[in-house]
Design a protein around this ligand. Structure first.
Ligand code: SF4
Length: 381
């Protein structure tokens, strides 16, 4: 049976054995999405996500900016164009990273189970690099930053991380595990300030309260591993920073929350399927076509912003260039495609129910064009 016919995983993912801050947030946001993405689907060890070109390009630029932001923070935020900045860019594998990422995306797209004409990213690695440099230059403000000296990368086999910090004054990529909970984290940077230890996380996006929450979890890890309470937590953005003082009572609350959430979320992930949490996240959820609880949300959101997600009943047998169908709202939709795209369609017949992802609406939404990246999932034959 093809991937597009499978209605549920062939092997369900188990709950994670160790949890990071991101895992906690992801499972909390929607246990079902976490589970379906990591389950086996036929020959695929996990759900084979197929991004459209714009999403793939955006992800490459975002990942590169993320790497460069962290590397700059770890190098003490050097001025743009300085020799130390060049070292940070080299550490981040900034420019070579684009060529590698484009090649990897291309391989991933080629290996994807969807048949039909292949599509390539619309821009070159060089164009993506230029886009990332422009965004970085617009936002990077290195003056007056929280980190102004290079940090030493912490080793994997640290025996006494506190002693190492006292020697080096600043450490980067500090991997810590809670002594009693199945919880771990990698701290971007820990440094000795005049008033005590400061934990810094580097972020490319806009300030968000969830960054503070993540830093509090890191503070719990640092406190429980070293016995030393950090004095300050800082989220450093490209154009500024936000800082918060640390209180022991607050860390105790966060630790209690982690201790309660891990077993509760583990239980939720034992259900098959796990509980769905429909909401804003359904809009771009990669597994929305396989989630009965979130599909209506996803389809409505797509309609509102003009994206071509639709559940359709085939009303006329497909030809080389299209077929007629009925939407869930009862409207007639003519589905059109180029001959080469016809190959991507599963065998369709009158009465079959489909979910189309990432088509393109035309003619005031009476026509849905299937593109090379569009996916067509069977719901019922
Ligand atoms: S569609 Fe919505 S409810 Fe369903 S898995 Fe995705 S995020 Fe969760």
């Amino acid at each position: 049976m093809s991937f597009y016919e499978l209605q549920c995983p062939s092997e369900w993912a188990d709950p994670p054995s160790t949890w990071s801050s991101t895992t906690l947030d992801d499972v909390e946001a929607c246990p079902r999405r976490w589970q379906l993405l990591r389950s086996r689907w036929g020959e695929h060890t996990k759900f084979p996500v197929r991004p459209n070109p714009a999403a793939a390009e955006g992800q490459i630029v975002h990942d590169a900016l993320d790497r460069l932001t962290r590397a700059c923070g770890q190098h003490g935020n050097p001025a743009f164009g300085s020799p130390e900045f060049a070292n940070a860019a080299a550490d981040a594998d900034f420019f070579p990273g684009f060529t590698r990422a484009v090649t990897e995306w291309q391989q991933q797209l080629t290996a994807h189970p969807k048949p039909g004409p292949p599509f390539r990213l619309r821009v070159t690695a060089e164009e993506l690099a230029n886009r990332a440099v422009r965004l970085f230059r617009e936002q990077y403000r290195p003056n007056g930053r929280h980190t102004s000296q290079p940090a030493e990368r912490a080793t994997e086999k640290m025996v006494d991380v506190m002693m190492l910090l006292r020697q080096k004054r600043a450490l980067s990529e500090v991997k810590l595990k809670h002594p009693t909970l199945s919880f771990l984290g990698a701290l971007d940077r820990v440094q000795v300030a005049t008033d005590g230890v400061e934990i810094v996380d580097f972020k490319t996006g806009r300030p968000d309260e969830k960054h503070h929450h993540q830093l509090l979890r890191y503070a719990v890890l640092w406190w429980r591993t070293t016995g030393e309470l950090p004095v300050r937590l800082s989220a450093q953005y490209l154009d500024g920073a936000a800082s918060w003082p640390v209180a022991q009572g607050e860390l105790l609350e966060i630790e209690a929350e982690i201790a309660a959430r891990i077993p509760a979320l583990t239980e939720e992930l034992r259900d098959r399927p796990a509980k769905a949490a429909p909401g804003l996240g359904c809009q771009r959820c990669p597994v929305r076509a396989r989630c009965s609880a979130g599909w209506a949300n996803a389809e409505e959101a797509a309609l509102a912003d003009g994206r071509g997600d639709a559940e359709l009943v085939v009303t006329m047998r497909p030809g080389d260039h299209g077929f007629l169908a009925r939407s869930r709202a009862g409207a007639e939709v003519s589905v059109v495609y180029e001959t080469a795209v016809a190959k991507l369609l599963p065998a369709l017949d009158k009465g079959h129910v489909l979910r189309v992802l990432d088509g393109v609406w035309r003619e005031k939404r009476s026509q849905l064009e299937l593109k090379a990246w569009t996916e067509v999932f069977y719901v019922r034959k």
